[in-house]
Design a protein around this ligand. Structure first.
Ligand code: ATP
Ligand code: MG
Length: 139
């Protein structure tokens, strides 16, 4: 059975553009409850660790520079079928391929600067939530 927790980050491009509030409203209106939330900034080491699965990809160094270029908002979210439903809400990695009405279609500017992250499995949702939050930072 699908789990009810996912993890997200509002990425530096979207935070810088002032879109965080609108995006959080869309997330809540789609039925996700916020269980933890934090404004923070990644550096080369922490961004590299978070995206370590992509370390052999040609875009890895650019991804790390981009993800550490400004503040991000990390959140743990709760909803039935959280991982799959959240990936539907954010849309495809490349905003040119994202469906109308999705967060990336509305706010992403390129395949790299794509506004928001969503976990791709229940297992990774747990790992990513633990990466950012202790048990005392969750409701
Ligand atoms: P995320 O993991 O951030 O939710 P995703 O699962 O849709 O995104 P991944 O394949 O995991 O996509 O890629 C992680 C991130 O790396 C993307 O969100 C994007 O910022 C960047 N990225 C992916 N593919 C490319 C590419 N071809 N060129 C540049 N950046 C890319
Ligand atoms: Mg991914």
């Amino acid at each position: 059975m699908a789990g009810n927790i996912t993890f997200t980050m509002i990425k530096p491009d979207a935070f810088r553009a002032g879109n965080s509030g609108t995006m959080i409203k869309m997330i809540q209106e789609a039925g996700f409850a916020i269980k933890a939330m934090k404004l923070t900034q990644l550096n080369a080491k922490t961004a590299g660790a978070f995206y370590a699965v992509h370390k052999e990809r040609p875009f890895y160094q650019d991804l790390i520079s981009y993800m550490s270029s400004g503040p991000i908002i990390a959140m743990i979210l709760e909803k039935a079928n959280a991982v799959e439903d959240f990936r539907k809400l954010i849309g495809a990695t490349d905003p040119a391929k994202a469906e109308e009405g999705t967060i990336r279609k509305l706010f992403a500017t390129s395949i790299e600067a794509n506004a928001i992250h969503g976990s791709d499995s229940d297992e990774n949702a747990g790992i990513e939530g633990d990466f950012f939050f202790s048990q005392f930072e969750r409701v």
